[in-house]
Design a binder for this molecule. Structure first.
Ligand code: ACO
Length: 325
């Protein structure tokens, strides 16, 4: 059976750069603390008049150009995001409208930092089953809109951006295996308490700063290392491959110490791990997406190489995917 493969990639990172030195003026932190604990040196921030869909559309245009396709060739658009422009319509609908992708079905999915891996896996099903030919998968976030800029525990970690890829049925290569999981019992470790149907926006929710992301970082750290290690092993087992078959591991970029702890447990040399957290921080669903895009653009991977995406995030959810480029 023919597989679904990546035929084009694109990204968009907002121009404004927020450095650790800038953050030192905003909260009680230091460049030394942020770099040594997280690996982050700077992150991008969208402009006030830029919403998640604006980032998504720019990344989508580059991916379509790179794939040599027109928006009218698209059958499906999936946007992975936890920071949609508004509750509805979906970011995917807004992208469909701007691109004039008139033939495409479009919807968002919410799987936090694993959103891009979840979305790839969903698009893969549609293509492999022959329902659709060309799918656009985007991970896009404006996390700065849900960041508490007074909370040093979280504000130093997050950034804005978008990454996209076009998936189509391919003659060779393609998605070999995908593995997704969830443990909802640990949802309270990372959430955005208000603004939904449980706690609609009110003066009280605003006064209590409940419209910002809340995180128990230390607890998540330990779980992330365990989950990402297990997810990588499981997806490889499913694929019938070993780590020797993988040219590059592209992990979710939450913390370089988490990534290196996973690499150590798996016995993977550091040069087989892709890192761009230094420049962008954690962009949730956009992190794995832009890391994939930049690994391709930087020439770290080329046609014929085998990559492994590995992510975890709020839910808690996790996902891993093996792809022949
Ligand atoms: N600057 C200086 N000190 C700080 C800062 C800061 N920015 N943030 C926390 N600290 C302090 C804490 O207050 C604490 O001080 P105390 O010992 O006096 O109480 C101390 O540093 C250590 O805090 P820890 O939380 O134990 O630090 P840790 O080494 O765990 O690093 C971090 C914190 C970076 C948050 C880490 O735990 C982490 O990366 N966790 C995982 C985050 C993650 O992956 N989130 C999921 C994805 S995000 C998403 O889905 C959108």
């Amino acid at each position: 059976m023919k597989k679904a493969g990546i035929i084009g990639v694109g990204e968009y990172l907002p121009k404004r750069i927020l450095t650790n030195a800038d953050l030192e003026k905003m909260v009680d932190t230091s460049n030394e603390w942020i770099v040594s604990r997280t690996g982050i040196k700077e992150r991008r921030l969208a402009a006030d008049n830029e919403a998640t869909s604006d980032l998504a559309i720019k990344a989508a245009r580059e991916a379509l150009e790179n794939a040599h396709l027109n928006p009218q060739d698209l059958d499906l658009i999936i946007v992975a995001t936890i920071t949609p422009d508004m509750a509805f319509p979906s970011v995917a609908s807004i992208v469909e409208n701007f691109l004039l992708a008139k033939k495409a079905a479009a919807f968002d999915i919410s799987a936090a930092c694993v959103g891009f891996v979840y979305a790839l896996s969903i698009a893969n099903q549609f293509i492999v089953r022959g329902t659709y030919k060309n799918a656009l998968v985007i991970g896009a976030e404006k996390l700065s809109a849900i960041t508490d800029w007074k909370d040093r525990n979280t504000c130093v970690l997050l950034g804005d951006g978008a990454g996209a890829c076009v998936l189509s049925k391919v003659e060779s290569g393609g998605i070999i295996s995908a593995y997704l999981g969830c443990d909802g019992s640990k949802g309270e470790l990372l959430n955005l308490p208000a603004g939904g149907s449980r706690k609609p926006a009110s003066h009280e929710t605003v006064d209590n700063r409940l419209h910002y992301l809340k995180m128990q970082g230390n607890e998540l750290f330990k779980i992330a290392v365990k989950i990402m290690t297990e997810a990588a092993r499981t997806v490889l087992r499913q694929a019938g491959l070993t780590f020797k078959d993988i040219d590059l591991i592209i992990p979710h970029q939450a913390n370089s110490r988490i990534i290196m702890a996973v690499a150590k447990r798996l016995g993977i040399p550091e040069d087989k791990i892709y890192l761009n957290i230094e420049k962008y921080g954690n962009m949730s669903s956009a992190s794995t997406a832009t890391a994939l895009v930049e690994a391709v653009k930087d020439g770290r991977v080329k046609k014929g190489d085998t990559i492994l995406l590995d992510a975890f995030g709020a839910g808690l959810v996790w996902g891993a995917c093996v792809i022949d480029l």
